[in-house]
Design a protein around this ligand. Structure first.
Ligand code: IPD
Ligand code: CA
Ligand code: CA
Length: 264
């Protein structure tokens, strides 16, 4: 387990925001049947969770900057620290009453992610990591999967929304990966996809067209669990490239080769 003042700040903030989110998720089910659907309600829930996170993080670390999905970028006095905050990752799931979403908070210090919290309030799963101190799920130390054969591997991916990203490219990549792996899944939360690789449930994950708040925390989880994470084009900095490919060393190398092949 990691006990540090920083982790306490992050976990407290995330748990506080999660209480509201979980309550609101209960409401979404009631709104499902209305003609307009729960769209506006969900946007409000998202913004409320972000406000709770922002307030708690700013109170504890007043000078740090923030990059938030809803509120945009807030420059801090302390230029060396930035929070990357996604108050609700898996919005489409949440909107449709599918219980697979989370809050993700990562702290960047001078270009390196140093602390991460991802919390799934429905499963009550708290994923945390601090650079050099390992990654944990509810106090259990995490390790990426040890599988070595693509044929046995379970692979997660993400697909761009309507009007975004490069759909034909994804289809080529998916066809190439699907042909040689044990199974593919699209679960709808980039942060939980990364957390799933960190804890060995999934062997691989790749996605393009992401934002820093989607992946900041999850990247540290994967790396602290002994995994490899690069951009989908094998670049060293997924945060800058806004894409990711990750897994254990052997399978990550194979995934990169498959993605390259798909794009030839
Ligand atoms: C999205 C999810 C999804 C991924 C999208 C993200 P949101 O975040 O992480 O899995 O495919 O690219 O935008 O909108 O639910 O916060
Ligand atoms: Ca979000
Ligand atoms: Ca997101």
């Amino acid at each position: 387990m990691i006990s540090s003042p920083l982790m306490t700040v992050m976990v407290d903030a995330v748990r506080k925001a999660a209480r509201g989110l979980k309550r609101d998720f209960g409401e979404v089910e009631n709104l499902q049947v209305s003609r307009k659907g729960p769209g506006n309600f969900v946007s409000a829930a998202d913004r409320k969770a972000e406000a709770v996170l922002r307030e708690a993080l700013t109170k504890a670390r007043p000078g740090y900057g923030l990059v938030m999905e809803e509120g945009g970028t807030v420059e801090g006095q302390d230029k060396t620290h930035t929070w990357h905050v996604d108050p609700l990752d898996g919005t489409t799931n949440f909107l449709h009453g599918i219980p697979h979403f989370c809050i993700s908070v990562g702290l960047e210090r001078e270009g390196t992610i140093v602390a991460a919290v991802i919390y799934d309030p429905i499963k009550d799963e708290l994923f945390i990591a601090e650079r050099g101190k390992g990654a944990y799920l509810n106090n259990r130390r995490l390790r990426v999967s040890g599988r070595q054969d693509l044929a046995d591997s379970l692979v997660l991916y993400g697909s761009p929304y309507l009007g975004r990203g490069n759909h034909p490219r994804l289809l080529k990549e998916l066809a190439t990966v699907m042909a040689v792996t044990g199974g593919v899944r699209r679960f709808g939360s980039a942060a939980l996809d990364l957390a799933s690789v960190a804890c060995g449930r999934a062997d691989l994950y790749w996605e393009r067209d992401l934002q820093t708040w989607d992946i900041a925390a999850g990247l540290l989880l994967v790396r602290e669990a002994g995994g490899f994470a690069t951009s989908a084009d094998n670049g060293p900095d997924p945060m800058a490239a806004r894409s990711v490919a990750c897994g254990n060393e052997v399978l990550h190398r194979e995934l990169i080769a498959l993605l390259r092949k798909a794009n030839q």
